[in-house]
Design a protein around this ligand. Structure first.
Ligand code: XMP
Length: 558
């Protein structure tokens, strides 16, 4: 670990040109609810190594968190205006400042909490984060004469920098900035440059570093190594964030929280609720009861398979409720996609509540909430975003049940959940299951949902899944499924005219479902899928392949 020289503390830290340092510090402390900024040595390093990411609103902030976790270091994202006490509560060993859309020289531009500099812990500023360091420590940032977007070649002038250990002297990096550093803060120097940015990487020679490019994106091929170097060579992390350690810590804390209380969990058959349930089960055994509601909208053989896994293989208490009739009765005559979603979500809550009541006194409810949901709900902009669909998650249960929530996966990304699931002994096919929406097949049937139409869709869906698995493409796809449209078209089978349904096939690749691309499936595979569907599924005489990405489409059709 590189020892710092504590130079940051001697910098005159500013918020903006017209506010005095002392005034700013007072405002900052008041705003952040901090009595005094932490002093060196004050910060105990917890057992869990952690790094705090300060989010200035970049579209890549989530990616920084993912890259850090991939280096086996725990991290959390904090909006830039979070109270310092909250940021410090994870006992960070260092900070990463994200990029962002603002310009540091604008009035009221977001800035790094002052206590971060005063902590004397390592700081890595990325793009806007670097400009925030520059501006606050006395340098100058201004609009650049040339904007730099896209890939650039970075020439490392200081090969001895711990950031560039084990890296080449020229690297391809991804730039996306209009502002640039005109003057570095006193004591800073440049350690790398590009054609357009003489100060593409800066450092105070101690623990403060700034990168003008984005190491977190795939377009910076060696970016993860740079992040890793920061974490290991500068923050002194050792990489203790492993599924095994996570399970160990979680079991201990669930045991302590639950004591001899009772917990319920709604199983959907999906990976998130399965891993959450398994983790809680590992901690408290039969104090956990799972409820699995069959809403009649699941894939062929799905309820049987899920039950078998939980009851027989995992020996968990599962209450199985076949509520098909109730759900389908409610869906009679419903065509509007939003009304379908609301009907299914409402019915689910009623069924779940009545089953839970039968179990007697329950204290806790466990849910498979993941970190992307947590981040999203903490970001005001996304909260205000226009509603596209009313999501029904199996875990989204009524507050009137007055149960304490246990969300053991709240800080995990999907890939981490899968690793934890495997480590806990869940079967591979459950852990690698593609996401399946809460409202199930209902939102893949355009028009009314009836038993007959569900059967047609199940048949087509079965063929798609079967062929995708045979082609060994299942894991590479985010989702692959069939949609039953309300279009009929004329066909010919044997010597007869047919007038049958049009089925659409959708296969998408995605990282997180926020954006998705249609999968370029091999023509031969598409031909087999189409051929099998029209031959094996009565009532269907035409198959089309959906070649739209998200945006502008969404993944599901409704
Ligand atoms: P869209 O269609 O909005 O879907 O692009 C994005 C991802 O979310 C899934 N999805 C849902 N998941 N409850 C869920 O649990 C829902 O109501 C729901 N609607 C869509 C969809 O399958 C895709 O993975």
């Amino acid at each position: 670990m590189e020892e710092g020289n504590g130079k940051a503390a001697s910098h005159r830290i500013v918020a903006s040109d017209d506010i005095e340092v002392s005034t700013y510090l007072e405002i900052a402390k008041e705003k952040q609810g901090v009595q005094a900024a932490p002093k060196p040595g004050d910060i105990p390093h917890g057992v869990r190594e952690a790094v705090a990411i300060i989010d200035f609103g970049s579209q890549y902030s989530h990616l920084i968190a993912r890259r850090v976790r991939e280096c086996s270091v725990y991290c959390e994202l904090f909006p830039y205006d979070s109270p310092l006490s909250k940021i410090m509560s994870i006992n960070p060993r260092g900070f990463i400042l994200s990029g962002g859309p603002a310009s540091v020289y604008e009035k009221n531009a977001p800035l790094t909490p002052v206590g971060i500099y005063e902590s004397h812990l390592p700081v890595l500023g990325i793009c806007y984060g670097m400009q925030s360091i520059t501006h606050q420590l006395g340098g100058t940032v201004a609009p650049g004469s040339k904007h730099e977007y896209g890939q650039a070649v970075l020439h490392v002038s200081d090969q001895s920098s711990p950031l560039f250990k084990d890296l080449d002297s020229s690297l391809t990096v991804w730039m996306s900035h209009g502002d640039e550093i005109m003057e570095m803060p006193a004591g800073f120097r440049s350690s790398a440059y590009t054609e357009n940015s003489p100060n593409a990487v800066i450092t105070d020679g101690g623990k403060l570093f700034g990168l003008q490019f984005h190491p977190e994106v795939a377009h910076t091929p060696q970016g993860k190594q740079i992040i890793r170097n920061f974490l290991y060579n500068i923050c002194g992390c050792r990489g203790t964030w492993t599924p095994g350690n996570f399970i160990h810590e979680s079991i201990a804390s669930i045991k302590e929280q639950v004591g001899d209380g009772r917990v319920i969990c709604a199983l959907s058959g999906g990976v998130d609720s399965a891993v959450a349930a398994k983790l809680v089960h590992a901690a408290i055994g039969d104090q956990l009861t799972c409820i699995f509601v069959n809403n009649g909208l699941l894939r062929r053989e799905e309820p049987e398979r899920a039950l078998e896994t939980f009851r027989k293989n995992l020996r968990m208490n599962v209450v199985y409720v076949d509520a098909t009739d109730r759900f389908l009765d409610q869906l009679k005559g419903v065509i509007d996609p939003e009304k379908k979603r609301i009907s299914i979500g409402g019915e689910f809550i009623k069924v779940f509540e009545s089953e839970a009541k039968k179990l007697g006194k329950i204290d806790f409810l466990t849910q498979g909430t993941l970190y992307p949901d947590v981040i999203e709900s903490a970001t005001p902009e996304t909260k205000a975003a226009a509603k596209i669909k009313t999501h029904h998650n199996v875990g989204g249960l009524p507050s009137k049940m007055a149960l304490t929530l246990i969300e053991p996966l709240r800080y995990l990304f999907k890939d981490e959940v899968r690793e934890v699931g495997l480590e806990l002994g869940l079967p591979e096919d459950m852990v690698w299951r593609q996401p399946f929406p809460g409202p199930g097949l209902a939102i893949r049937i355009i028009g009314e949902v009836t038993r007959e139409r569900l059967e047609i869709l199940r048949g087509a869906d079965w063929v798609v899944m079967d062929e995708i698995k045979k082609a060994k493409l299942y894991r590479q796809m985010w989702q692959t499924f069939a949609i039953l449209t309300d279009v009929h078209s004329v066909g010919v089978m044997g010597d007869y005219r047919t007038y049958g349904y049009l089925v659409a096939v959708r296969a998408v690749t995605s990282q997180d479902a926020m954006t998705a691309d249609w999968a370029r499936l091999p023509y031969n595979l598409l031909a087999t899928v189409s051929n099998r569907i029209v031959n094996e599924v009565p009532g269907v005489n035409r198959v089309v392949y959906d070649i739209t990405s998200k945006p502008p489409s969404t993944i599901e059709w409704e």
